[in-house]
Design a binder for this molecule. Sequence first.
Ligand code: ADP
Ligand code: MG
Length: 377
Amino acid sequence: MTADRVAALQRALARDASSPATPGSETRVVRAPGRVNLIGEHTDYQGGFCLPIAIDLEVWCAWRPRDDGAIHVRSLDLDDHAQFTFDTVAAAVEPAWARPAAGIAQVLAGLGAQRGLDLAVSSTIPIGSGLSSSAAFEVACGIAIAAASGLDISATPLALAAQRAEHLATGVPCGAMDQMASVHGVAGHALLLDCRTLEVTPVALPDEVTVVVMHCGVPRTLVGTEYADRRATTEAAAARLGVATLRDAQPEQVADDPIARHVVGENRRTLMFVAALRRGRLADLGPLLLASHASLRDDFAVSTPALDALVDALVEAGALGARLTGAGFGGCVVALCRAGDARRVVERAAARYATTSGNEALSFVVHAVDGARAFVP
Ligand code: ADP
Ligand code: MG
């Protein structure tokens, strides 16, 4: 499977070889995982805590240097090709799907990258579903672009460069969680991310639980504008309270403000979830997921009827707990199931969800994997 994927990428590079690729230069391959956030939603941009895992759905990228300073990107998934240079304004690149790649090139140019390259990407992450194909795409291209120029960039600076690339490409002021998860993933572990210090602490996932992701079958809508709106509201709340971020606010200070109340409560739930994982108190995990979903639905107002129906279907089908994951407004739900039970829960939940909502859910049983790196066959 992996070998086939790598071979297809190498063929694509060879097919596009109209270019002055450096003679004799070898093709190299990197992989970068998507992520799913277990708990800690809409906390990252307020200096809070979140708990993503890097997942075994990944962007694969083959590359080799060029000597004309140009960057050519082919997406096998979209069967399309784009080209730009280190000077191109990312937001103006056409076709638009290549903007995150142009964004990371633009950011890395500021750190000294200048050598062109051919890139070919192919991904198992569904695009635009909330599993962070964009971050994985930015990180994979970023590793390739940095390596082509001999630029040594460690994991956290790479994640921040990729976050900046996403801002440049989309104009959406996202936090750094997605990119941090993609670079810092640890197999078998969730990542407690302190978004104020950017400290990452791997937390072992117990063998007794399996992580399931289900896409509600309804694409995300309004996510850009609503995301920016929620973010601005949290910033205004922090300013009103005289704190740098809502990380520093106390529950009693935000009791009457549903938006701020979600952020403060979600930070607490995330730390409780980590404590429950560490102490092996598996019975505590499900209720914390459900409390997170309720808060996102009722206080932060980013859920949809489809996401609510899918959470209900998963719980009725026997999941320990479930919640919307990602920004909301469509996209995915994450659930924890007892290991060995996951497939059955997913099948039952999908059937129930189809009946109650009329939508078809797309399901993934995912595992925590290591973060992005060069692939050595
Ligand atoms: P997601 O939730 O998957 O991150 P986004 O809308 O944030 O959804 O990101 C999707 C964007 O990421 C695409 O529009 C494209 O710019 C880029 N992208 C991700 N994967 C690929 C791919 N395999 N080929 C081309 N572009 C990709
Ligand atoms: Mg994204």
